[in-house]
Design a protein. Structure first.
Length: 89
């Protein structure tokens, strides 16, 4: 049980140190804002795809894996998820 608290403490400490390093210089905060903006656009794109599912009968769930894929890859990420869903069906 004590090991659990030590691991949580290390996680929190390392996260705070990472945030400190990222916000210390201007490139780090810009990188975080670009990543956040990409994540918002990815969530919106997946939401719009699911909103049109009444017409297309095609849904991709919005979870961390799909959101991360679309955040990093963009529109090709959506096409990748669509291709995977069609292939695995």
């Amino acid at each position: 049980m004590n090991l659990k608290y030590v691991l949580w403490g290390l996680l929190i400490l390392s996260s705070l140190m990472l945030l400190f390093i990222l916000f210390r210089n201007r490139r780090g905060s810009r990188w975080l804002s670009v990543l956040g903006l990409n994540m918002v656009f990815a969530a919106f794109a997946l939401y719009m795809l699911n909103l049109l599912s009444t017409y297309t009968h095609f849904e991709i769930p919005i979870n961390t894996a799909t959101l991360g894929t679309v955040t990093v890859l963009g529109i090709p990420g959506i096409l990748l998820l669509v291709g995977l869903k069609l292939t695995l069906l």
